[in-house]
Ligand binder design. Structure first.
Ligand code: SF4
Ligand SMILES: [Zn+2]
Length: 477
């Protein structure tokens, strides 16, 4: 391990005017000598046909045999617009994502019908008007076929720019995407934009490869921050090795405090350690955050109404955060007082459900049974749901639910059928299945599985003497 990224400010990630001039010249010269002879690079005097060929090559993802087959079958945009969709499907067969082929066909028809068969020349119109042409493909067509000074960014360009400018931010973040496009726009050559853009992609594909870049053969190594960082840190490490012991730390830490820290890069502690200051540390791999553990009590309150299907209390989740806006059973964060391991009554539980006044309502509510916890892994959260099934009865002689039993519009009583059709999370379905299985006699409670506590804790809050306290059912294994 040779050390962290050098301290730097945001300017560290930009090209200076003279660097832009040098990088353009070096890359265009290198490309002229080193480019691979690919079929879509056979310059055709007809710009429109060139544009079509660049477009096809990008959609086909530069798979040469498919490109050849496709352009033999439909050499021009007019020919493709008149193609039989079945024939298109058969030529595409084996490439996957057929929707890309159908959008190419759809796009060709639009070019013929709306643009009289002439491809738009600028990236903005291409992207806006032609289905399947995204920002990158629009940049490729406009710069390569029509010599428009417009940038492009694909995976190869991301890698080359991340290394050349030592970009230490998550490459998928908006900051990084914007910065890559902005850097690509800064350096695109106004006179030979097509050659320049292709040189960047070619460098990424053949020299600045993901795991084994050949920096020694790279035409722009002199202007590459990643290469510079690697060289400098290697030299420092060598000097430190040879220096007397008291000098070692001084050499390694030299210039560490030279600049304001950059606000764009991730802190080194949030980046996967690649073991040394190798150029392959860029694009950086952000460390995956460990999933946060959350535990909740989930009361499933079933309202039994004579001669009608049961209804269940559901609540709409907040517009932000986990399962935003979905309708779900209430989730009550477990606390010291309210957890599967403490004793509480149905009243404690009901009073903790936000936006309702169930504990004071006219309903008679009792705990039916708790179930074994369900665990569910979301992308950043490990959720443990302690499901408690409660049943509620209306007072004698009343067969309608009082309107104000739920205090806000974010609460509702839904039948099973309504839950099936509603915007509900998978976790609600899992929880409800416990109840429906139990009715069929299939589910086991903690008590049935032998996990019942022998006695309620001394002084426990068991309000309803006829009701077993909740902790009698739950226990941790
Ligand atoms: S010097 Fe190395 S890391 Fe930098 S651009 Fe060239 S090949 Fe990529
Ligand atoms: Zn930075």
């Amino acid at each position: 391990m040779l050390g962290p990224m050098p301290a730097h400010n945001a300017e560290y990630h930009r090209f200076s005017g003279s660097q832009v001039t040098q990088v353009r010249r070096l890359l265009i010269d290198w490309y002229a000598q080193s480019k691979r002879p690919l079929p879509w690079r056979n310059a055709n005097p007809d710009e429109n046909e060139n544009a079509y060929r660049v477009w096809v090559s990008e959609i086909i993802d530069t798979v040469i045999p498919y490109f050849n087959k496709w352009t033999e079958a439909w050499p021009t945009v007019h020919a493709l617009a008149a193609a039989d969709p079945e024939a298109v499907r058969s030529v595409w067969s084996g490439l996957g994502y057929y929707s890309r082929a159908s959008r190419l066909l759809e796009g060709a028809i639009i070019v013929v019908n709306k643009f009289k068969g002439v491809m738009p020349r600028d990236a903005e119109t291409l992207q806006k008007e032609i289905p399947g042409i995204g920002r990158y493909t629009a940049g490729a067509i406009a710069s390569i076929a029509f010599n428009q000074a417009t940038p492009l960014v694909d995976g190869n360009v991301v890698r080359v720019l991340s290394r050349m400018r030592a970009l230490g931010m998550d490459p998928k973040s908006k900051t990084a995407v914007d910065l890559h496009w902005s850097l690509a726009a800064d350096i695109v050559d106004p006179d030979q934009p097509g050659d320049f853009n292709q040189s960047l992609m070619e460098l990424g594909a053949t020299v600045c490869t993901p795991t084994n870049p050949d920096c020694g053969a790279c035409p722009v190594k002199e202007y590459c921050r990643a290469f510079e960082e690697h060289t400098v840190s290697t030299e420092k490490a060598k000097a430190a090795l040879q220096a007397p012991r008291k000098m070692k730390r001084k050499i390694i830490d030299a210039d560490a405090d030279d600049d304001e820290p950059c606000a764009l890069c991730l802190p080194v502690t949030d980046i996967e350690d690649c073991g040394a200051l190798l150029v392959t540390r860029y694009p950086v791999v952000p460390k995956k955050k460990a999933a946060e553990e959350k535990e909740v009590l989930v009361p499933i309150i079933e309202l039994r109404i004579p001669d009608q299907p049961s209804k269940f209390l559901v609540m709409q989740r907040p517009p932000k955060g986990l399962l935003a806006n979905l309708w779900d059973f209430p989730h009550i964060p477990t606390t010291e007082e309210l957890s599967p391991l403490t004793d509480f009554s149905s009243d404690n539980l009901l009073a903790s459900i936000p936006n309702t006044s169930l504990s004071k309502s006219c309903l008679t509510i009792k705990i039916e049974k708790p179930f074994e916890p369900i665990k569910h892994l979301f992308s950043h959260i490990k959720l443990t749901m302690n499901i408690v099934w409660l049943t509620a009865q209306l007072p004698d002689g009343i067969s309608e639910l009082p309107v104000n039993d739920t205090a806000t519009k974010n609460c509702a009583w839904w039948t099973e059928e309504e839950m099936e059709a509603g915007a509900v999370p998978v976790t609600l379905k899992k929880a409800l299945k416990l109840v429906t299985d139990d009715r069929k006699g299939g589910s086991k409670t903690g008590a049935q599985q032998g996990t019942i506590k022998k006695k309620a804790k001394k002084g426990a809050n068991v309000k309803d003497a006829a009701q077993p306290s909740i902790s009698n059912f739950f226990s941790r294994k």
